[in-house]
Design a protein around this ligand. Sequence first.
Ligand SMILES: [Fe+2]
Ligand SMILES: [Fe+2]
Length: 149
Amino acid sequence: MTTTLTNPIACWQEKYLTGNLQVDRQHQQIFEIVNALHEAVVARESIYRLQELLEYLATHTIEHFQSEESLMMAVDYPDYDRHKQNHDRLLSVVDSLLLQIHDCHTVTITTDITQFLTDWLTHHIKGEDRKMIHFLQNRAYSALCSNPN
Ligand SMILES: [Fe+2]
Ligand SMILES: [Fe+2]
């Protein structure tokens, strides 16, 4: 998706890096989609454009959450359930917006929603995601040390 944004709400910063290349790329892509959605809300773009962006956000977020959940399952991550519940809660917010469009052909999206998405993402990445990737890296390091050959 290539969009020139004049007023991004989700500004990527180095402190959001987890150390896992795939996860970091997916996070950056989700930031871009949130920014495009924010721009569309501010510009009062059509419901079709909002729907397109929400569907794009849902697709990429589901894909990203599945990647993280697979990583967690592969190492029996002890905090898997809570982490997945957080993912599911975010998806239910996006789902409810899409349902509104499908059922009522209207949607109430304000900058409060794009601010909520930004706050959720930055908080979740800095806390849960970084903690989870750190655990994975420690596991990989321990495995390497206990089996140097
Ligand atoms: Fe996560
Ligand atoms: Fe994440």
